[in-house]
Design a binder for this molecule. Structure first.
Ligand SMILES: Cc1cc2nc3c(=O)[nH]c(=O)nc-3n(C[C@H](O)[C@H](O)[C@H](O)COP(=O)(O)OP(=O)(O)OC[C@H]3O[C@@H](n4cnc5c(N)ncnc54)[C@H](O)[C@@H]3O)c2cc1C
Length: 395
């Protein structure tokens, strides 16, 4: 692993900024700034550009296409990409199934699945939640019965983000109905083109198509597509969730939003003068700025933990809880500043052309809607509070 001294940081940040300026198409940047998901083609294209640069999965081992950076360098990369308004690579491929296969997959599974996940050739989705199992994930009932060299799967998965684009799903299934619920779950990789798989779209309340529900009617999955041992899927599932929460402080995004709030406060007028001169507004702005700075320190502390201990554990819940709160408050502040301009909420459907450069008002309300999502996904804010109370505060 290459050394990364603090003095290297400025040069590295400049290198990233240059890459983003060259490689990120303006339309994609604008769309991402609106808080809208990229189209399938845009995601795959961006993933390909990252892969060409060797930056598609910095955290993976070099032999599988990783960058060979230290944890600190990875953090700087995340931070700078986010500050520059660059979307992340394919989350499900790179941050979820990749680390799972690297830690728990067989050599054959790594060889078969990691390369196309890296380049975006395969599109993975996450099959955890069910109509009757969300926060209480161990309540899942999608069942897989062993028949010779195959499992036969019946059941349904819901809230599957990006499932309309996916050809593979990593999926939690019940392989044992008796005994403690957590001990009867297995982790399967399901080819979504298999007979017996169907899906339906679920629209967001503001129109976007992100979610899907999947149905499995006797879907045959080769036993070789099971990751880890039978009935050991819960341990894998939990490791994945911690990973999901680790990158959720979104400090770079918060910094970008704060800069935007400051810009708007200079441009917009309140009571006949620029908002930035209004004492009440200034107080709120100062509070937001302090929160962003504190979030930076929190993120740095988590990083230190990761560098020293190699794990982040329940501290990931603090990061997620706080990062989302700070981002949501910044969105609220922008909406309040814009006043009635931020209210209209026409539904936008996937595929609609981006007709004009993002207006601040549209950006503000879409970003505000969008941020409802991360507050629930990967374990809701209430669930994070429960984890903090129990495992950190010992309440
Ligand atoms: C943007 C987004 C993307 C998602 N993507 C995926 C995906 O790709 N794949 C996937 O499998 N799932 C996905 N999900 C689903 C997500 O994991 C669940 O929505 C989440 O786990 C909550 O489950 P639920 O919706 O069933 O709500 P419930 O668990 O029914 O919760 C309802 C309410 O009760 C509260 N609550 C529940 N239990 C507790 C508790 N113990 N203490 C305090 N309060 C509690 C919750 O906070 C919530 O307010 C996604 C969700 C969102 C919002």
């Amino acid at each position: 692993m290459r050394d990364f001294a603090a003095s290297d940081e400025a040069a590295f940040r400049a290198e990233i900024a240059e890459f983003v300026a060259d490689a990120l198409p303006e339309e994609v940047r604008a769309r991402h700034a609106l808080g809208r998901g990229l189209t399938r083609d845009q995601t795959v294209d961006w993933q390909r550009r990252l892969a060409e640069r060797g930056w598609a999965a910095p955290q993976w081992p070099v032999e599988w296409g990783g960058a060979g950076w230290s944890t600190r360098q990875q953090f700087v990369f995340e931070d700078e990409m986010s500050r520059r308004g660059a979307p992340q690579g394919h989350t499900f491929n790179i941050r979820m199934i990749g680390p799972i296969l690297l830690a728990h997959g067989s050599e054959a599974q790594k060889r078969r699945f990691l390369p196309p996940a890296l380049t975006g050739e395969d599109w993975w989705c996450q099959g955890y939640s069910e109509p009757g199992a969300g926060s209480d994930l161990a309540a899942l009932t999608t069942r897989a019965r062993r028949e010779g060299d195959h499992y036969v799967v019946y059941g349904s998965k819901i809230w599957t983000s990006g499932g309309q684009h996916a050809n593979w799903m990593f999926c939690l299934v019940r392989t044992e109905a008796e005994g403690p619920r957590q001990n009867g779950i297995s982790f399967l990789l399901i080819d979504l083109t298999s007979p017996g798989v169907s899906r339906r779209a679920i629209r967001h309340f503001y129109g976007a198509h992100v979610f899907n529900q999947f149905f499995f009617e006797g879907v045959r999955v080769p036993v070789e597509n099971r990751v880890g041992e039978e009935n050991q899927g819960w341990t894998i599932a939990k490791a994945l969730l911690e990973h999901e929460r680790l990158f959720s402080s979104r400090h770079g995004e918060a910094q970008r939003k704060l800069a935007r709030l400051q810009r708007l406060a200079r441009e917009l007028r309140l009571g006949g003068r620029p908002a930035i001169e209004d004492p009440h507004f200034r107080q709120g702005l100062a509070a937001r700025a302090m929160e962003v700075r504190a979030l930076g320190h929190l993120t740095a502390r988590a990083l230190e933990r990761l560098v020293e201990d190699g794990v982040i554990g329940e501290f990931a819940s603090v990061m997620k809880l706080r990062g989302i709160e700070v981002n949501q408050r910044l969105d609220e502040a922008v909406v309040e500043l814009l006043g009635p301009d931020a209210l209209p909420a026409e539904a936008e459907f996937e595929g609609a052309a981006l007709a004009e450069p993002p207006a601040d008002a549209r950006n503000a309300r879409e970003s505000r809607y969008w941020w409802r999502g991360p507050a629930i996904a990967g374990g809701s804010q209430e669930v994070q509070r429960g984890i903090i109370a129990k495992r950190i505060l010992n309440l």
